[in-house]
Design a protein around this ligand. Structure first.
Ligand SMILES: [Zn+2]
Length: 136
């Protein structure tokens, strides 16, 4: 996959398309067994892996570096970082999409598909908002 193609994935699509075992409380975790080395990821970490360019040869485990990359790839994360989202499961108010994704992933065992289903309408509304602004 080229980087250009990668960049066209939307956040909920990258979450939905992410592969590998899911984990909690960290973007990424490494599971080493005598058979294999496996990268586990949370819903947002999965999106990171989905877009990461492996030709650079490294995947960062640094949470801040991953956050920066995700915010660069998915501008909605920065645009909506001050926004409050009510978690559909526990009704807690969450700060930004990261907060919402984390609650679903860590507290409610949501699968990536389920997380993507929650993010999709938020992302579509944001895209509609942006296209209206461009027409003015
Ligand atoms: Zn919750």
């Amino acid at each position: 996959m080229t980087e250009e193609k990668n960049r066209k994935q939307r956040l909920h699509e990258a979450i939905r398309n992410a592969k590998g075992k899911q984990t909690k409380h960290r973007f990424l975790a490494i599971a080493v067994t005598d058979q294999s080395v496996e990268i586990l990821s949370c819903a947002a970490g999965g999106a990171y892996l989905e877009l990461h360019d492996y030709s650079t040869g490294s995947v960062s485990l640094d949470e801040e570096a991953i956050t920066r990359d995700l915010e660069e790839w998915f501008p909605i994360l920065l645009a909506k970082q001050e926004e409050k989202y009510r978690c559909p499961v526990c009704s807690d108010e969450k700060n930004g999409l990261f907060g919402l994704i984390t609650c679903l992933n860590d507290n409610h065992d949501y699968t990536r598909t389920q997380v993507a289903d929650v993010i999709r309408p938020i992302e579509e509304a944001w895209e509609a908002e942006r296209s209206v602004q461009r027409e003015i």
